[in-house]
Every structure is written in C-alpha cells, then in structure tokens.
Design a protein around this ligand. Sequence first.
Ligand code: LR7
Ligand code: MN
Length: 573
Amino acid sequence: SKLPSKDVREGLNTNGEKNLTKTNDKSERSALTGRPKPPNKLPAGGESKANSTAVRKAGLHKVLSLDVTVAPRDANAVGQFGQAAFVASNEDAEVRKRWDEGHFNVYLSDKIPVDRAIPDTRPETCAQNLVHDDLPSTSVIFCFVDEVWSTLLRSVHSVLNRSPPHLLKEIILVDDFSTKDYLKEPLDKYMSQFPKVRIIRLKERQGLIRARLAGAAVAKGEVLTFLDSHVECNVGWLEPLLERIYQDRRKVPCPVIEVISDKDMSYMLVDNFQRGIFKWPLVFGWSALPDEYIKKNNMTISDPIRCPVMAGGLFSIDKKYFYELGAYDPGLDVWGGENMEISFKIWMCGGEIEIIPCSRVGHIFRGQNPYKFPKDRQKTVERNLARVAEVWLDEYKDIFYGHGYHHLLNKKVIDIGNLTEQIELRKKLKCKSFRWYLENVYPDMVAPLVKAEGLVFNRGLRKCLAVEKSSLSFEICDLSKQSQHFNYTWMRHIRQQDLCVAPQGSGNGFALRLCDNVKPELRWFHKSSNLALVGRLRVCLLLCLLSFDTLRLNPCEPTNAFQKWQFTHYHAQ
Ligand code: LR7
Ligand code: MN
C-alpha cells in the first residue's frame, strides 16, 4: 500500500484546527452550467458531483485519459509504474557519489524511463468529470538551474504525454543561467524533437521568481501553468485546473502535490483534505481539514480545497489576471517568499487559491537546494519575507518581525530594497487588509497583535507600574487607570502609547522614551516572570525593584520577588 507522506512534503503539519476558512458560496458555480449554485452548499466547491451523472452535454466532454499507463514502452523498466526502484548494494557508492547533483537519488533517476507510467491516484469520480470543450490553452513554464537531466526530461515528457494537445500551447523551459554543459546544446538538441518546447536562456542568474517572470513574458497561452523542474504530471492533471479558471478567471488552482521519493523514486500518495497554510514567521506548511468541517460541509475527496497559501511551485493562473495582479514582486531574489506574496495578493485583491484533488502532480522533495545561492541563503529568504511583510501584513508585520526577525528592522543591517511600486500596486488594486484576510480566509490563524497587555504587576512590591508626569512610578494596582496600562509588544517593548520603558543612559536608571522599532536597547525578554533587557549578554540583568520604588538593573535572582513581573493578560509567549 502507498505511504501517506504529507510529512515528507514539509516538516510542519498542524492538525486539529478549529475554525476554518469561511466560505463564499456565491462565487461557486456549477461545473456543468457555469451558473451560480444554490447557497449553503459546499464551501470548497463540490461541483464535480454533478459529473457523476455521466450524461454527455453539448460543449462538454469527459476528462481525457491521455496516458501510457496501460502499456508503457517498457513494462519491466526500473521504476516503471511509479514503483520503488532499488540498486544493488555494490552500487551504493555510486548512488552516494551522485546524490549531491540533485540532493536525491540521481543515479537511480537516470535508470528510470523518462516517460515512465505512474499510478492514476485521482479519486475515482475524477475520470467521469465533465469539462468544457473550449477550455483556455496554457503555456507550461519550467524554470530550472542545474536541474538533473533525467528529472527535467521526465517533467517535460509527463506534460507532453498527459496534456490534451489542444490545451497545451507550449512548454517554456527557462534556464536560469545553469552551469552544466548537458543543459546547453544537448538539451537544445533533445528538445528540438518537440515543436511545442521552447528554451529561454537567462544571461545571468535571476532566481526562480524573475525566471518565472521571464517565462511568463514570452508565453502565448491564455493561462500560465508553473511547475518545478522535477515533477511528474499525472493522468488528467491539466483539464481540472483549466476548468476552474474557465469558471472564474480569478481562481488560482493548484494540483495536489504528491511525493516522488528522493530515495527510491517511487510515486507516493498523500493524505486527502490537505490545505496550504502558513505559521509565523511566514513558514509554509500543510494542514488537514478537520473531520467535523468536512462532515459539516458535506465535502468529498474530489472537492476543491480553499487554501490560505499555496506551496508556490505548481499552479495555473489566467495570464491576464496574473499581470493585473502585478505578477510577482520582481524585487524578490532567488528562492523563497514568493508563494506568500502571490497568495496574500490573490486573496486580498479578489481572487481565490484552491487545491484541485482531481489534478495530481508528483514532486521530488529534496532535503537541500542542490544549487548555489548567489548570496547567503538565509539572508536571501529573510529579505524576501521582509519585503512581503512590509507590503502585505499591515499592523501584523510586527508578529512576523517578533518571531526572530527583529534584526531585519535595522536598515543598516539589511537593505530590503525599494517597495514603492509594490505599495502603489496594492493601493491601485484596492486590495483588502491583512486583517480581512485573516478573518475571512484563515480565521483559525492565531495572530494576537500584542504578546501581553494590561497592568504590570510587581510581585514583591505588590504594586503596578504607572506613568506619572511622563516618568515611571508605582501605584496601587487599579485596572481602571489608563496610566497603568501597558502593552508588551512583538517588538518586545513595554509600551504605553508612543512611550517605551527604557534604561536611562549607561547608568541604572529608567525612563520613558519614544518607542523605536530599530533600537535594540528598548527590547525586553519576558520569561518566567522576569524582564531582562535584550542585548545585555551573559550577566542577566533584570528590571528589578529596590527600596524607594525605583527601577534598576541587577543580576538575575531566581527567587527575588521584586524581580517578578506579571501582565494582566497574555496572548502569546
Ligand atoms: O535560482 C533559482 N532558479 C531556478 O530556476 C532557484 C530555483 N530555480 C528553479 C529550480 O530549478 C526548480 O525547478 O525553481 C524551481 C523551484 O526550486 P526548488 O525545487 O529548489 O524549490 P522547492 O521545491 O524546494 O520549494 C518550493 O518553494 C519555493 C519557494 O521559493 C518555490 O515556490 C518552489 O516552486 C516550491 N516548490 C513547490 O511548491 C513544490 C512543493 C514543495 C512544497 C511544499
Ligand atoms: Mn522543487
């Protein structure tokens, strides 16, 4: 039996979620008629059910079953039918030697036919689904840098063999300045057999985001379909994606991403009802729809699943719509974050992201990027994420920075580049707020705007911190006094309006200073009731209370009640 492998897809998997994506049934239409469906039906689609009545209607046909699954060229070949392949033990050294070329079993991949068959993993009803005869055509865009020969070819063949020819306008291979010789003339020569395949060569390394933009710029299809260059498209993968766009051009459908094992190259099913989500600080993950949600909405395994964010690599989008949305922020470098950008942009500016269970594509999940980053990998990704946060997260961006990214606020440490155009674009498109997105698209996301708030109680003195004539004092605790209310923010500020609790000069005194996100000296760690200044290394210095109600920094004393502080409400730790 197949291994469910959602964990392979991405380490993060959060189950047991409570509230889920709110529905917007009004925008749902019947696959058969294109007419709006009656309200209070499935949130995530459900149109496909109509197709079980295998009635042939004018203008519609069953999803084409283009495949070589039944009789592949060589039924006995290694890895045929997506089965696990093995190498003899005396080949282990060779496997290891070639692993780093792609961070998967390259040696084995090279032995497997480039047009192997894979199991048709779609839910049963999918083959019976009706789609329109006049679906838009698509350009399939593969960007690659130093991709392994056999996986690149297998990706291309899977598209050529399993896409209805009239819907496949072209395949665009964007070579992001690869260094390997086999990707030059040999690739040109190989692909010249296939008139639909075009190769674009970038003159310098652009990264996958700008490489995709370069591919899109020359695409002639009405729809753009982006794929990673180490995938295998399954039977009937394309039509269900195009059908969704046909119904509503602002839908951005993604296939179910199945797993091609990096070790034995087997094609593995993933669990049903998985959707794309993010966790702070903008980390992509998968999460299962809870059973009660599925039951309540009468969802079947073939119904589209609305996703707060997409994985990034595999999706179709109406080309005009892609450009209306401003495509990708071209300031994003190399790898990472662009899936967050396009996801927020789609939802906040009127579109929808869905996973279409009848469309399935396998992807080799690799432990590491097999190519070099022109700059430091970590810095590249966090810079991309900071751009996304600045443009799309509104007041929620502090939560992003508060999850280990404070340093990105310091313009001297990192230059995230100019954002004027992106901010203008958001205004021009009249996109909704991030708060709207959280409330309507991803309501189960925990996103408190402050970590703690209320009174700041000192356990030893049994009094509360207060602002008195713009300096700090202690008073009998009184919730009704605004002067005693503070926020403990994601910036780790102890804050009242614009004022932050801060040490005074180099001495031991304390004062209120204007808050400033960039200044590290205003930040406090708050752990086990202690308040320690960030950045005073080793000697754990605490905000502590001596006689005469004054504040000082002293070495931490675990048992000193005068060093123990408590806010009234905690939202996050
Ligand atoms: O500089 C580069 N230039 C490129 O052309 C870097 C990469 N690339 C190509 C690369 O050859 C590959 O074909 O871009 C494609 C994606 O790169 P991968 O395969 O290294 O990315 P990934 O699969 O590790 O990462 C996921 O997140 C990325 C974030 O930027 C992209 O969105 C990838 O497309 C995306 N992949 C998927 O969504 C597949 C499922 C993974 C999950 C979850
Ligand atoms: Mn990939």
